[in-house]
Design a protein around this ligand. Structure first.
Ligand code: NAI
Ligand code: MG
Length: 337
């Protein structure tokens, strides 16, 4: 019996890359039914709610959602819908692989996985202004929250992931030298969890030095785990190691629910032009298939994608080519076996 998933095309280039990915999933014969739902600016414009209850109900029911990027206004306006969905379904583990597909970049054969804590840290949104001397916004404060529970489950997730995927090493990147309480607790807990995994090599490093070492010699890393904001920043950096945001997929995993999305945003600068690279969302869809136990279809799509990128015939603009999203998609479909 085929599995029904929720699909949220999202904003900006979202509908373009989502259409491409659905075409490829259908051509590959993925045993899925798709329930399309609205979220983001698109939903705000059409039904006056950036995160409609019907969308949440659909995700609740189907437990798996493939989501395009959603535009989030900076500074003012509604809170991030991505963050809201991650919180609503307690999608605590954000899994972001960075793997070389496009050859000839700065590095060859990069194969790293960043595991980002997705529900705590500075992104909990505990923020306020402090008024002084007649200025209601004289200062602003954000609170970083780390719990023993949260640090333990993400650390354990990273080690379990390493074991399950045959990986050798877990690196915790932190800032416990300065943030002695919050980051200190994370480090302490991760260190305790590491004792349960003597088969996996473990190290901890300061986040800023980790960023430098990732650029100097990325091959010394394998699985990296860190709190929310550090993971947000370093995962974009890691996408840069493999050719940019167009190649970066992500899974947001909870106990029962999971959301798969590209790391990139709605790319307003190229939206509507038909030139977006759908690879980030396509690789996310492969992660989704593997999450659902269908390694065969996920593997076939990955092979088709790799052969198209390798051949160089239908590269999109961000890969240095001239192909449109549709031309790239057609090439992947033709390469499916
Ligand atoms: P962005 O990722 O949308 O774009 C950054 C740069 O990368 C742009 O030059 C864009 O053209 C390029 N790019 C991104 N994806 C691409 C693709 N698939 N193919 C080719 N080029 C691509 O980041 P930006 O501009 O900072 O954010 C735009 C909006 O997206 C914001 O409202 C932001 O909040 C939102 N956003 C949403 C995310 C999500 O829904 N998961 C994640 C990141 C940002
Ligand atoms: Mg980000």
């Amino acid at each position: 019996m085929s599995k029904t998933i929720t699909v949220v095309p999202g904003d900006g280039i979202g509908p373009e890359v989502t259409a491409a990915v659905l075409t490829i999933l259908r051509s590959a014969g993925a045993d899925l039914e798709y329930e399309e739902q609205l979220a983001g600016i698109t939903a705000l414009e059409r039904v006056n709610d950036p995160l409609p209850e019907v969308t949440l109900d659909s995700i609740r029911r189907n437990k798996v959602v493939l989501k395009g990027p959603l535009t989030t206004p900076s500074g003012t306006g509604f809170r991030s819908i991505n963050v809201a969905v991650r919180k609503e379904f307690d999608l605590y583990a954000n899994v972001r692989p960075a793997r070389t597909i496009l050859k000839g970049g700065r590095y060859e054969d990069i194969d790293l996985v960043l595991i980002r804590e997705n529900t705590e840290g500075l992104y909990v949104g505990v923020e306020h202004y402090i008024g002084m001397h007649g200025d209601p916004r004289a200062a602003a404060e954000s609170v970083m929250i780390i719990t023993r529970f949260g640090a333990e489950r993400i650390s354990r997730y990273a080690f379990e992931y390493a074991r399950e995927h045959g990986r050798k090493k877990v690196t915790l990147a932190h800032k416990a030298n300065i943030l002695k309480y919050t980051q200190g607790l994370f480090l302490e807990v991760a260190h305790e969890v590491a004792r349960d995994y003597p088969d996996i090599e473990w190290e901890d490093r300061i986040i800023d030095a980790t960023a430098m070492h990732l650029v100097m010699n990325p091959y010394q890393f394998d699985v990296l785990v860190m709190e929310n904001m550090f993971g947000d920043i370093l995962s974009d950096q890691m996408a840069g190691l493999v050719g940019g945001l167009g190649f970066a997929p992500a899974g947001n995993i909870g106990k029962e629910h999971a959301m798969f999305e590209a790391v990139h945003g709605s790319a307003p600068d190229i939206a509507g032009k038909g030139i977006a690279n759908p690879t980030g969302l396509l690789l996310s869809a492969c992660m989704m298939l593997e999450h659902l136990g269908d390694h065969e279809t996920g593997g076939r799509i990955r092979s088709a994608l790799t052969s198209v990128v390798d051949s160089g015939d239908a590269r999109t603009v961000d890969m240095g080519g001239t192909a449109t999203t549709n031309e790239f998609t057609d090439a992947v479909v033709r390469a499916l076996v």
